[in-house]
Design a protein around this ligand. Structure first.
Ligand code: MN
Length: 230
């Protein structure tokens, strides 16, 4: 009989649910690349509607509300990307667009922190993005607000301030791939499960932070997050 782990497994990653004492257990973290036209343009890409592409972060890289973001190793150019986050409550494959929102438990706001210098090298060399995107503490995320309370917002300002100065501002209605389409497309590539998070891309204005900076961002009507760079 094989029934015992040889050491204690890593703790289950999770996010608080606002207005509740329950925890949302996090399974995988998916991220959508280039999902706002003005950000695609600022990164030197064609803003036309190409199929979405995805990368992943690790569930144990979440930074929860109230925790700090430690400046990562091996970079001199770590960037913020403010994003709407979808919390999947019911899994599936090949999910139909008109049923996609039934799979959403709720929404949060998060920061897709990025080692931009390492991402630039990876792009140039045709290498994968993990070292740029999936490092420790690379995924600050707010508590989750249930869709049963706020519905499924398709518009609303998304913004980020650093040390009180506004750096990013957009609107959810500028997303190239909307929430239902993103779920549908992702579910043709992966088996979505309850507990998955999807970071949905960032509007224009991304930039670097330094130790000592304070980032405050949000999506109006959903949530806000405050993270200090230490
Ligand atoms: Mn991003």
């Amino acid at each position: 009989m094989h029934n015992e782990f040889i050491f204690e497994p890593a703790p289950q990653s999770g996010l608080e649910i606002s207005g509740s004492n329950k925890i949302f257990p996090v399974h995988r973290i998916y991220c959508v690349g280039r999902n706002y036209a003005d950000h695609a343009i600022e990164m030197g890409h064609d803003p036309n509607r190409e199929p979405p592409f995805f990368f992943q972060k690790n569930p144990d890289s979440l930074v929860k509300q109230g925790q700090d973001f430690p400046y990562p190793s091996a970079t001199n150019d770590v960037h913020f990307e403010m994003e709407l986050v979808i919390a999947i409550g019911k899994g599936g494959v090949d999910i139909a667009a008109d049923a996609a929102l039934d799979h959403v438990f709720g929404y949060a706001v998060g920061l897709d922190m990025t080692r931009r210098d390492l991402q630039g090298e990876a792009k140039k060399l045709g290498r994968p993005w993990e070292v740029a995107k999936a490092f420790e503490s690379s995924a600050p995320c707010s508590s989750i607000v249930p869709a049963s309370e706020i519905g499924h917002p398709a518009k609303g300002a998304i913004w980020l301030k650093v040390n009180g100065v506004e750096r990013q501002r957009g609107d959810l209605d500028q997303m190239i791939w909307k929430v239902p389409e993103t779920i549908t497309y992702l579910s043709t590539l992966f088996t979505l499960k309850a507990g998955d998070l999807i970071f949905t891309g960032t509007p224009a204005g991304v930039g670097a932070v330094e130790r000592g900076d304070q980032m405050v961002g949000g999506v109006d009507g959903i949530a806000e997050i405050t993270v200090s760079v230490v």
